[in-house]
Design a binder for this molecule. Structure first.
Ligand SMILES: Nc1nc2c(ncn2[C@@H]2O[C@H](COP(=O)(O)OP(=O)(O)OP(=O)(O)O)[C@@H](O)[C@H]2O)c(=O)[nH]1
Ligand SMILES: [Zn+2]
Length: 359
């Protein structure tokens, strides 16, 4: 299957944003320059100045504006008549900053710029300016149509497909097959691990597991992910098989760099959700509809879900699967992760009974 031109354009725009270069977004003849706020440095300040206009704005997400003390709950933009990297960075991600100018509503193109920042997994804050004359100052900036950005997430869902599969024996689950999907969410492939020989005519054990490099791979003590992952594989191997989805949603969909930024804030006293909000993110960026599609592509219809997260159960039901049971799955509790687990229980409604977590 070949990607549509609109998707290719957005993928290139995402690569430009991640590389810290400005792009042009356009719709109906209106054109704006957008640059990730975290990429603004003295070079870009001078370049924007050479454009010769004082119309630059800093677009910020709703959570970030709330953190800065704004009254409005929606995303908004602050005027940046003289582009100043220190001020822009403070407003975009400094944990102590307060709003120093009023925030105005975003235009549709500015909203679109923030959506691209999220897709690119940089901080959701963008420097915006009119694009007139941009070609003379920046080396051929990439252009993307707003309509293509709007269509991108649904197109990625519809494009979900299996690209390869092979048997990979795992410790504790030697009869396992890795099935790799393209599409869905994030910047990389998705993985389904079919463990044993699940009988799809009966309710199948499933787990939706969002990637956690620190916990899954390195055994970080800050979360319970690694334990949950390994427990799931063993449980499925010993209980009639199952399907373990490993989803490219590092840091609740914020990406690894932003998760580590959040960890730095947590080291300074913020809990997991306050840290994300300080960086401009909602409690949870993840959507799980593509995970339901992966399960259906593998033949699952009725499922027993291993999770403490009610949103995953709702997403599978909404995605057309019949959830016949759900089962709690706890990693070990320790002094480093107990606050994280309690925050998930208290602020996000996860069904966590800390007294029953093994120490
Ligand atoms: N942003 C952010 N992400 C985190 C933090 N700690 C862990 N994560 C991410 O949170 C996600 C946890 O995903 P899952 O293991 O699927 O867990 P869950 O949504 O808690 O649900 P269940 O484990 O199924 O109950 C992973 O993407 C981790 O990388 C944190 O402090 N901040
Ligand atoms: Zn983790």
């Amino acid at each position: 299957m070949r990607d549509a031109p609109g998707e290719i354009e957005v993928e290139r725009a995402i690569a430009e944003i991640r590389a810290g270069r400005p792009i042009i977004l356009h719709e109906n003849g209106e054109r704006i320059l957008a640059l990730a706020a975290e990429a603004l440095d003295s070079f870009y300040c001078e370049s924007f100045e050479r454009l010769g206009r004082a119309d630059a704005r800093l677009a910020l997400s709703g959570p970030r504006l709330r953190r800065l003390g704004a009254q409005r709950r929606e995303a908004g933009a602050v005027a940046m008549p003289a582009l100043d990297a220190a001020r822009a960075h403070a407003l975009a991600f400094d944990s102590d900053a307060r709003l120093d100018a009023p925030a105005a509503a975003l235009s549709a193109l500015e909203e679109c710029a923030l959506e691209l920042m999220r897709l690119a997994q940089v901080l959701p804050a963008a420097i915006i300016a009119g694009a007139v004359g941009a070609e003379a100052v920046f080396a051929r900036p990439l252009e993307a149509a707003r309509a293509n950005v709007v269509a991108y997430r649904p197109a990625r869902l519809a494009a979900l497909r299996i690209v390869s599969r092979a048997r990979v024996p795992l410790e504790g689950a030697p009869d396992s097959e890795f099935v790799v999907f393209r599409g869905g969410e994030g910047l990389r492939d998705q993985v389904a691990i079919v463990i044993g020989a699940p009988n799809f005519a009966r309710p199948v054990n499933v787990r939706l597991h969002s990637a956690c490099l620190t916990g899954d791979l390195f055994g970080s003590l800050k979360c319970d992910c690694g334990d949950q992952l390994r427990y799931t594989a063993r449980f499925m191997a010993e209980n009639g098989g199952g399907v373990l989805l490993y989803l490219d949603q590092e840091g609740r969909g914020n990406g690894l760099a932003n998760k580590i930024r959040a960890y730095d804030l947590q080291a300074r006293g913020f809990d997991t959700y306050d840290a994300d909000e300080t960086l401009g993110f909602d409690n949870d960026q993840r959507r799980f509809s593509f995970a339901a599609e992966m399960l259906k592509l593998l033949g699952a219809r009725r499922v027993q879900v291993l999770t403490n997260n009610p949103e995953k159960i709702d997403a599978l039901t909404q995605g057309g699967l019949e959830v016949v049971a759900d089962q709690r799955i706890m990693g070990r509790r320790n002094t480093h992760n107990v606050r994280y687990l309690a925050a998930k229980r208290d602020k996000a409604g996860h069904l966590i009974d800390l007294d029953r977590a093994p120490a």
